[in-house]
Ligand binder design. Structure first.
Ligand code: FRU
Length: 449
């Protein structure tokens, strides 16, 4: 099946329509992508895997696509790493993570199985590679099933393991849903990555915090511990959690005696329209790098509707810094240095970077007279407004979503354009807004206020 996928990709990749495809952001050669998976630093290079359906620009038949990069700027596509070719992953190799053990690259991922009666089963599997390119699924698969889980969780939502090492033991945080209808992260433990035990209910959400907390991640930045989770249907609150599915940072600490995460704060990671399933890894200097899928569920997918043969890309990678229990997101210097400067009053057709110092309200228009987006800083809010974009994007939300904003005392905006993408970093990454944009006319950048 992997050979079929690789063959299809090399045969068909030149047939896609590139109109909206970004070049400074990671995207697949052809087909659909969603979550970043298995983000890891291995033998001097970052490896990025991703949820991948090479055969269509819509979700389906999930493989793991694979690429690597030395500098987080230039990515090299590698052969597909995993295909859904076993009975324990027959309906999809769903999200997961990677870890390096004894110079071997290990993947932990979810096998998605749809039973004959339509019910769903999700199990955890391992695969490894000694060359960083070809992966072998282990004989012991599945290594963790619903049988490990306590009664209080709904075991058919059991996915997205993020593996890490702590005090000589391996752990994995995994998404489930609690019988109370709330999101819930379980902790599994293992001495060898092959035999896994249930350790604890690591963290359980509250009613307003949505159900299934997808794609958990646990890590430390500058001595402060964090969880990332992607809750489905976190309740909207003012300008926050406006997208039907949100991505959040949870700060807190692990009580290793009880093996529970004691949470102190919950914060939306990004305030744009398109940011989900963020995953992080540690770089060579101990830095924490995060990357996310630049889309969200429940909205129309423009390149798919236009039959462009591809859909989905990643955000720019971001380096996390912790200040108290707040995380900021810095665009890596090498990424910024690789981008040409955008000039106000001129066209911006490809990747470009605009640096804006703010001392009063300011507004920019990007596009032409009848098809544009607007962004800027007004009344204490940094915003991106897609309401004048001709191609309409709507979703499952029962409230308006075309304008997104974040309240902040803004002094500095770093704005990055790249075809279908717009990212704004406020005050060197104290807040960020990430949105997909689809403009068809001339792409003129103008200051309108
Ligand atoms: C998150 C997610 C994961 C799942 C994957 C399937 O976007 O729903 O929970 O593993 O996508 O593609």
């Amino acid at each position: 099946m992997i050979d079929d996928a690789n063959h299809y990709i090399s045969e068909k990749k030149n047939s896609i329509n590139q109109t909206f495809k970004p070049s400074a952001h990671f995207s697949a050669p052809i087909g659909w992508i969603n979550d970043p998976n298995g983000f890891v630093y291995f033998r001097g290079e970052y490896h990025l895997f991703y949820q991948y359906n090479p055969y269509d620009s819509a979700w389906g038949s999930l493989h793991w696509g694979h690429a690597k990069s030395k500098d987080l700027v230039n990515w090299e596509h590698l052969p597909v790493a995993l295909a859904p070719d076993k009975d324990y992953d027959k309906d999809g190799c769903f999200s997961g993570s990677a870890i390096v053990k004894d110079d071997t690259l290990w993947l932990m991922y979810t096998g998605h199985i749809v039973n004959e009666d339509g019910s769903v089963r999700q199990v955890q599997n391992m695969a490894y590679s000694t060359d960083g390119v070809h992966f072998e699924k282990v004989e012991q698969n599945p290594v963790a099933t619903e049988e490990l889980l306590p009664e209080e969780v709904i075991a058919n939502d059991f996915r997205d393991p993020k593996v890490f090492e702590k005090n000589g033991r391996f752990y994995s945080v995994v998404a489930t849903k609690h019988k109370d209808g709330v999101g819930c992260i379980v902790l599994l433990g293992s001495d060898d990555l092959l035999e896994w035990q249930f350790e604890s209910i690591f963290l359980k959400g509250e009613a307003h915090q949505g159900h299934v907390w997808e794609c958990p991640d646990y890590f430390e930045v500058d001595g402060q511990e964090y969880l990332i989770v992607s809750p489905m249907q976190y309740q909207k609150s003012g300008d926050d959690f406006v997208n039907i599915n949100s991505n959040i940072f949870v700060s807190g600490h692990v009580d290793w005696e009880k093996k529970i995460f004691v949470a102190d704060s919950f914060k939306e990671i990004d305030h744009g329209h398109d940011f989900y399933a963020a995953q992080s890894t540690q770089g060579p200097a101990g830095e924490r790098v995060m990357i996310a899928w630049m889309h969200t569920w429940g909205r129309n997918i423009v390149p798919h509707e236009l039959d462009h043969g591809w859909a989905g890309n990643m955000t720019l990678p971001r380096i996390l810094h912790s200040n108290g229990n707040q995380l900021s997101q810095e665009v890596p210097e090498a990424v910024l240095a690789s981008l040409p400067k955008a000039q106000v009053g001129e066209r911006v057709d490809g990747p470009a970077y605009l640096d804006v110092k703010i001392d009063q309200d300011i507004a920019f228009r990007f596009g032409d007279e009848s098809d544009y987006i607007e962004f800027g800083y007004q009344d204490g809010l940094v915003y991106i407004d897609r309401s004048h974009q001709k191609i309409e994007i709507s979703g499952e939300e029962k409230w308006p979503t075309s304008r997104r904003s974040v309240a902040i005392d803004a002094q500095h905006l770093q704005v990055i354009f790249d075809r279908n993408t717009l990212e704004i970093f406020v005050n060197d990454g104290q807040e960020s807004l990430t949105s997909a944009i689809y403009l068809q006319g001339e792409k003129l950048l103008q200051q309108v206020k």
